[in-house]
Design a binder for this molecule. Structure first.
Ligand SMILES: [Zn+2]
Ligand SMILES: [Zn+2]
Length: 332
């Protein structure tokens, strides 16, 4: 182990020595070679899926011009966007690439800040989120995966039912992923356990802060109300659906340029809103890689954020994509 300064994240360092399969990085080079070629679905299924998924998105987008001027203004847009970007990258950079997969090491304060930022997305407390996601990688699209859209089979009705399950039905599952089994490294961190316990308070902040800021900014109740609608309700709802889309859409349709043992796929039209997470096929092929959009033109704002953290000296040991790792995982 290298000797890092006292404020560097030691829990992650320990994890690097323990068991890399817990990080989702169980695909060895030999495994990758043995993976069967992905199967392809019919056109009807593709169209059904696409409609099922895009119509609600279009409805949200359509509501913006309709509301502009009387129920939506610049203040609301700024508040909602800032909250979306902070909470969203808290999930993608923090909960996902850092806490779940150990794609980089972070200064102690950044580790705490990422845990708090991700909590503002209201997708559950950090250790719970990480445990579910590590289980997803351990069993992706097989029995034991908490949210595979293929759970009920491969026919259109089974897939639509499975998509609902993968998108949000699984959240209502009474069975919980054991945190001590899947995230012992995080359970050992007292600060993270505190943040986990303070989750209800962070939910309250996430829901109420836009209204307070919007009210003070415009010095009006109207400003508080519209900021609450856009900065809390719409922002939380949109980020939820985008995150869940990685579990549903990105395991059902899209491009599969890399070999994996599951049905993970790259979905280009979700790249910006998902902050780079929709390059999900590469992610399953090389889970600890800090960049998911590894190919030319693949936008990945989470990787760009990690890059900035590294330049600022806040992050270190970043696992950037390596050509030889990509080459052996790429379909011929
Ligand atoms: Zn996945
Ligand atoms: Zn992952």
């Amino acid at each position: 182990m290298t000797t890092d300064s006292a404020d560097t994240d030691t829990a992650t360092l320990d994890l690097h020595q323990v068991d890399t399969s817990i990080l989702g990085d169980s695909t060895s080079v030999e495994d990758a070679g043995a993976v069967p070629e992905p199967e392809h679905k019919g056109r009807v299924e593709q169209i059904a899926l696409f409609g099922f998924i895009t119509v609600p998105f279009l409805a949200i987008l359509a509501s913006i011009p309709v509301a502009w001027g009387w129920g939506l203004g610049w203040h609301d847009l700024v508040i909602a966007t800032v909250m979306y970007v902070v909470a969203g990258h808290g999930i993608t950079v923090g909960f996902h690439r850092y806490f779940t997969h150990g794609s980089f090491k972070a200064k102690r304060w950044l580790r705490i800040a990422l845990a708090i930022a991700g909590s503002l997305a209201i997708e559950g407390p950090v250790i719970r989120w990480v445990s579910d996601h590590r289980r997803h990688h351990a069993f992706s699209d097989r029995e034991g995966d908490p949210h595979s859209p293929w759970r009920y089979g491969e026919t259109v009705p089974a897939l639509l039912k499975g998509l609902w399950w993968a998108h949000s039905g699984w959240l209502f599952d009474v069975e919980l992923t054991p945190r001590t089994k899947y995230a012992p490294d995080l359970m050992a961190d007292r600060d993270l356990r505190r943040i986990e316990a303070a989750f209800p308070a962070m939910v309250a902040v996430s829901v109420l802060a836009p209204a307070v800021i919007g009210g003070l900014w415009s010095m009006s109740w109207q400003g508080a109300a519209t900021a609450f609608f856009w900065g809390s309700l719409v922002r939380i709802g949109l980020l939820h659906h985008v995150t869940w889309s990685i579990n549903s859409i990105c395991h059902a349709i899209g491009e599969r340029p890399f070999k994996t043992r599951d049905k993970s796929a790259n979905v280009w039209w979700l790249a910006i809103l998902s902050m780079g997470e929709s390059w999900h096929n590469l992610h399953h092929a090389d889970p600890t890689c800090a960049r998911h959009g590894v190919d030319r033109g693949q936008l990945d704002s989470s990787a760009r954020t990690i890059w900035a953290f590294e330049k600022l000296g806040w992050a270190s040991d970043v696992r950037w994509p390596r050509r030889e790792r990509l080459d052996v995982r790429r379909c011929q």
